[in-house]
Unconditional design. Structure first.
Length: 419
């Protein structure tokens, strides 16, 4: 794929004329009415990633997902035939939440042969069929065969499990993902099974945090404290510039050079990073198989030296590849117009030595620190956004992906209203 000739042929933003170059409305991040529309126009119509197939290793493996944005809980399960299915996690008797542990609103996972409701004991098979009704003879014209769990459209791509809550999805999953995302096929996601996850309840609109992750214009300012005293990144001396930006339908991506700490003078590296040969940019040593280099789709601009590639898969799922051979995902699950749950999962090839394991854990610890800096910052954006009567803002060329996100939100809402 051709590299966009930047800047000879103009800016990244102007490369996509549909985006415009004027101020962008952030009404979508403060308006309860627009949030209600996003629920139906976006989250009920798009395919949503809810996990990976490795979370369902065997027949009967299951997990639940709380999707407040769609006012439901989902049960995702591997059935006896090995197929992954998704259902509303709701008992057909009187609507009790079917699968949960000690706290009804918390997610859970495990392995089961069938699911029994905690209220009156109705039971369901792994295929969702209603298998048992307590005192069935006392009901009136009860047809158990019509009382299975309510299914949800479910499909997998590259081991990522997606659901679609619409009555009939407008696109099959692969078509929805489009060529830029499906070009990531072949990355050995299935072998990156050492996983570390964390989540945060963030008091800010879901898109505000996505904005902070899909531009690095802020990085030299916000993340300054993660570098040693006196450290100046030569690549960011004049501000930040990405190597490549690309849009494909509602999806977007960018490649950035990244920092290679192992190439820096020792006095510019934190002693802990030096000791563990690891830090924010991941373990310094690559695993035996170097996954990032074997899939050209992670580097659609075709650059020699890409440190990081971030793919923002519409609407709320980010996948970021690191040159040293690991990746992580982001999920942004709205809970209101001004709050969301932010999830990060970091994936490495399983450590083969204690040193590798420690390097992974150092990356996770450093990554959390960086993510919390962004979380904290965007809560300050939410605190005042809209309060001075300002609803639109100028975005620069390094913020092209933010412009695209807000434009895409507006256009999906527009489509929904038209339909
Ligand atoms: S609500 Fe589930 S058995 Fe009654
Ligand atoms: Fe950041």
């Amino acid at each position: 794929m051709a590299r966009f000739p930047k800047p000879a042929e103009g800016s990244w933003t102007e490369h996509y004329p549909g985006l415009g170059t004027g101020p962008v409305s952030y009404e979508d991040s403060v308006s309860p009415e627009l949030y209600e529309l996003e629920r139906e126009a976006i989250f009920r119509r798009a395919w949503l990633n809810v996990g990976r197939v490795e979370q369902l290793p065997r027949e009967g493996s299951y997990f639940t997902r709380e999707l407040a944005v769609l006012r439901t809980s989902l049960l995702v399960v591997r059935d006896r035939s090995g197929a992954v299915r998704a259902f509303h996690n709701v008992c057909r008797h009187r609507g009790n939440k079917l699968v949960w542990d000690d706290i009804p609103r918390q997610e859970t996972s495990g392995t089961a042969r069938q699911f029994a409701c905690k209220y009156h004991g109705w039971r369901y098979g792994l295929d969702g069929v209603c298998a048992f009704v307590q005192q069935e003879g006392e009901f009136f014209d009860l047809d158990r065969s019509s009382l299975g769990l309510v299914p949800v459209h479910c499909d997998a791509w590259a081991g990522f499990i997606f659901v679609n809550l619409g009555a009939s999805p407008s696109w099959p999953l692969r078509e929805f993902l489009g060529p830029m995302v499906t070009a990531l096929e072949g990355y050995p996601f299935d072998r990156m099974t050492e996983r570390y996850g964390f989540r945060a309840e963030v008091h800010a609109n879901w898109k505000l945090l996505m904005d902070a992750l899909q531009e690095q214009y802020h990085a030299p300012i916000v993340h300054r404290s993660q570098r040693p005293e006196g450290f100046e990144d030569p690549m960011q001396a004049g501000g930040f510039e990405a190597l490549h930006y690309q849009l494909d339908g509602p999806h977007r991506m960018m490649c950035t050079p990244g920092i290679r700490p192992w190439q820096l003078p020792a006095d510019q590296i934190k002693p802990s990073e030096h000791l563990l040969r690891s830090g924010l940019f991941g373990p310094w040593d690559t695993p035996a198989v170097h996954p990032a280099t074997i899939v050209p789709g992670t580097n659609p601009g075709g650059f020699e030296s890409v440190g990081i590639s971030l793919f923002e898969i519409w609407p709320n799922f980010g996948v970021q590849f690191w040159e040293r051979g690991w990746y992580h995902t982001y999920h942004h699950w709205p809970t209101s117009h001004e709050a969301h749950v932010f999830e990060v999962d970091l994936y490495f090839p399983p450590a083969t030595t204690a040193r590798e394991r420690l390097a992974h854990q150092m990356t996770v610890a450093t990554f959390k620190e960086f993510a919390l800096q962004d979380d904290n910052l965007i809560m300050s954006v939410q605190a005042t956004l809209g309060s001075a009567g300002l609803t639109s803002f100028p975005l620069g060329d390094q913020e092209v992906l933010c412009r695209h996100l807000h434009k895409t939100v507006a256009s999906w809402i527009e489509d929904y209203r038209r339909d």
